[in-house]
Design a protein around this ligand. Structure first.
Ligand code: SAM
Length: 293
């Protein structure tokens, strides 16, 4: 399969517009869902709650309306991070099925869609917060990516054998500060032997780089080849944060949020760090995807 290794400014502008449209459409869908549930949001309360992330703490993702603020402020950056890292590593190998752990507002589905993989991809998102699931469900089907979101957490992966059925497993900024449930996680991930056709992508901000190191150590001891890189290693074109996000910004402003904290697709610090287990998956003997459950 031929593989693109660069993106022109023109191509990136087009993808950027698609990203803007996708996030804004989901945000409007979620707002209308809140309306149907007769929930009024308190902009100041939600903005303060989201600030917990900046302070290195976990916000209450189950607070109605919080996913909207999370998505407007952070989802674009998460999409670009997942898109950029997968664009760098996928090469000729493309997943048929994806497990998105801690799927949040559905950034992985949008990133996969922007990659324009020319076949159907089934994505299963596992997410502990029902409110986040409500938001991700508003994104609907995206191009070749069909999404299903289910309530669950890292701890449930091992219990339900969920990881076994996916080609690509994504953990994007889903580990809470102080995560220590390594036994459940490593039971779910298992040994490399017999899983040579799978890839695992882990993305976390610099503040959680210790967690990536621990994960890498544990993966290596189970035979997984691993590689790490940083957001600075991604394509230069995607690091341009001057491109407008008109649809997302419009919703941001209508909620009364100021322009100084306007949504962007790229900023650092914090840097994003990437850990990829099995960056060159085997294609021989690969089975088609079946989602368990
Ligand atoms: C910062 S958000 C990231 C969401 C999404 N992956 C993204 O890239 O935008 C963190 C998400 O991880 C979820 N989460 C927290 N603890 C988790 C756990 N133990 N297992 C799975 N997901 C978890 C939260 O509910 C939240 O939706």
């Amino acid at each position: 399969m031929s593989t693109k290794t660069t993106l022109s400014n023109y191509e990136w502008r087009h993808l950027h517009q698609r990203l803007d449209r996708a996030v804004a459409e989901s945000a409007l869908g979620y707002l209308s869902r809140l309306n149907n549930r007769r929930i009024r949001i308190d902009v100041q309360q939600l903005s303060d709650e989201l600030d917990e992330l900046r302070l290195g703490r976990e916000p209450d993702y189950n607070l109605p309306g919080l996913p909207l603020f999370y998505a407007l402020k952070y989802m674009s950056k998460r999409i670009v991070s997942i898109f950029g890292s997968l664009f760098s590593v996928l090469d000729g190998w493309k997943p048929n099925s994806v497990l998105d752990v801690g799927s949040g507002t559905g950034a992985t589905a949008v990133a996969l869609n922007l990659l324009d993989i020319p076949h159907q991809i089934k994505l299963l998102g596992i997410e502990p917060s029902q409110e986040m699931i409500y938001f991700s469900e508003c994104s609907g089907r995206r191009g070749h990516v069909s999404n299903t979101y289910r309530k669950g957490s890292v701890a449930d992966l091992a219990k339900n054998n969920i990881t076994l059925s996916s080609d690509l497993i994504v953990f994007s900024a889903c580990f809470p500060y102080g995560f220590d449930d390594w036994d459940s996680l490593m039971t779910a991930v298992g040994n490399y032997k017999g899983q040579e056709s799978k890839m695992i992508l882990i993305v976390e901000p610099d503040a959680k780089s210790d967690l990536l190191l621990s994960f890498r150590h544990r993966l290596s001891s189970r035979g997984w080849p691993t590689t790490t890189f940083c957001c600075h290693d991604l394509l230069n074109v995607i690091k341009d944060d001057s491109l407008p996000l008109p649809r997302i910004t419009n919703i941001w402003q209508r909620l009364g949020m100021d322009d100084s904290s306007r949504p962007k697709t790229w900023w650092n610090p914090p840097d994003d760090k990437f850990l990829v287990a099995n960056p060159k998956p085997a294609t021989i003997g690969r089975q088609s995807a079946v989602l368990v459950g």
